[in-house]
Design a binder for this molecule. Structure first.
Ligand SMILES: [Fe+2]
Length: 294
């Protein structure tokens, strides 16, 4: 009868994950990265960015006050959003309340740049399933003067010098489960033009294409989408991504491709698989430093 211990241990482990996850989903942590950027002008050294992604309508505390308080603790020059701040699926209200609270918190204080994730593009591509959702999203973006980066770029200027921030929008074929669609540099160039002789930051929702963006000329790529791999285990990392990759090294953290750094946030929320284990909701802070100073 000893063999009964094996499924028994499995059930106990599952229960531990579920109980811990229900608490952990409402906790917050911040991950800080220092990113050396080649030829970063002295005037832009120590630029601080706050990177938020994959909120998926999650709220932290009453009126989201816990999240808003945490965000206000961090000094930053700009807020960058990596997409999927909403959950666009059947049986979701689309009230955008959690996103509104975040945008309102920064309104008039910091510039906010917003790149699109697969959930935002889903509501745009399927208006028959989500009538009026994308229009309401755009109205919210306009209401809070957010800079929408949909295959487009804008500039963050500090001390008279600028960084180009771009959002490259991946269409749905890049998000298919069990399949990795190749992304060519030419697709990035036709959306954003060639990279320029200035610091280049790209918001790219999926972390799968850091190498392509490096070939294009990005200095920093900010991604999310993989939710840290849902359950994180010591030494093994994230167990499963929403695209059903197992133990992906891209689930969360930092990768280098030549002079390019890619940072993958564990994200703030969940949707279909509402589990986070050893994987607290993640507020990412990035400090840009001059490469030659390192
Ligand atoms: Fe996503």
């Amino acid at each position: 009868m000893w063999w009964l211990l094996i499924p028994g241990a499995g059930i106990v482990f599952l229960l531990v994950i579920l109980i811990r996850s229900s608490r952990e989903r409402k906790m917050l942590e911040n991950t800080c990265y220092e990113v050396p950027v080649r030829d970063l002008p002295e005037e832009l050294s120590d630029t601080e960015l706050l990177f938020l992604t994959d909120l998926h309508d999650e709220e932290f505390g009453e009126d989201n006050l816990k999240l808003l308080k945490a965000l206000q603790e961090y000094p930053a020059d700009a807020v960058l959003i990596g997409g999927d701040m909403l959950t666009v699926k059947e049986n979701h209200s689309g009230d955008m309340r959690a996103l509104r609270a975040v945008l309102e918190a920064f309104s008039g204080k910091l510039p906010v740049y917003y790149g699109l994730g697969n959930h935002e593009t889903r509501m745009r591509e399927n208006p028959e399933d989500y009538p009026g959702w994308y229009e309401r999203f755009l109205a919210l973006i306009r209401e809070y003067n957010v800079i929408l980066l949909d295959d487009s770029s804008a500039y963050l200027t500090k001390n008279g010098r600028s960084i180009r921030i771009s959002g490259f929008t991946l269409d749905r074929k890049y998000y298919r489960k069990g399949h990795t669609e190749k992304l060519d540099v030419s697709a990035v160039t036709s959306a954003l033009g060639p990279s320029r002789d200035m610091p280049e930051i790209v918001l790219l929702h999926s972390p799968m294409y850091g190498e392509t963006l490096s070939a294009w000329g990005a200095d920093l790529v900010l991604s999310g989408h993989f939710h840290g791999g849902t359950v994180r285990l010591p030494l093994l990392g994230g167990v499963m991504t929403p695209q059903l990759q197992f133990f992906s090294p891209l689930a969360k953290g930092r990768k280098e491709y030549g002079d390019t750094t890619e940072i993958v946030s564990g994200g703030l929320g969940t949707h279909s698989i509402r589990i986070r284990f050893m994987n607290k909701p993640d507020i990412v802070r990035v400090r840009l430093v001059r490469k030659e100073d390192k």
